[in-house]
Design a protein around this ligand. Structure first.
Ligand SMILES: [Zn+2]
Length: 126
């Protein structure tokens, strides 16, 4: 029966005496090429999902897989506009009511730019 226990290496550099029963995961070399033309290989398990991109070890740029693995299309979240955010808080009906209310106030000179305020509205004692 194969021994499955990994023994620790003793000080003194004694080699691992027995590797029977220890299975190493199969490896593969995956090639990448960066925009600067640096090519390199990364060792990966054959079971690994090969990333489409890897950071170039020489210049840090993004390198693309030479195995023809394409980057996954990112599911792009549509940008939320102010309008979207507004609709999350109030329905269009509510907004319409608010608009109507504000327009009435505006027309009545209650709100809005000071120079549009009606002169006959609540005069302040000056
Ligand atoms: Zn590079």
């Amino acid at each position: 029966m194969a021994e499955r226990t990994l023994r620790g290496a003793r000080l003194g550099g004694q080699s691992f005496e027995d590797e029977r029963g220890i299975e190493f995961a199969a490896r593969q070399q995956v090639g990448y090429l960066c925009k600067q033309g640096h090519d390199f290989e990364v060792t990966m398990s054959v079971e690994a999902d090969i990333p489409a991109k890897w950071e170039c070890p020489r210049c840090g740029a993004e390198a693309l897989s030479t195995a023809g693995i394409l980057p996954e299309e990112k599911v792009e979240k549509p940008a939320r506009t102010h309008w979207d955010m507004l609709l999350e808080r109030r329905s269009e009906k509510e907004l319409e009511d608010i608009l109507k209310e504000r327009l009435e106030l505006l027309r009545g000179g209650e709100i809005g730019p000071a120079h549009l305020h009606r002169a006959n509205k609540k005069k302040r004692v000056s």
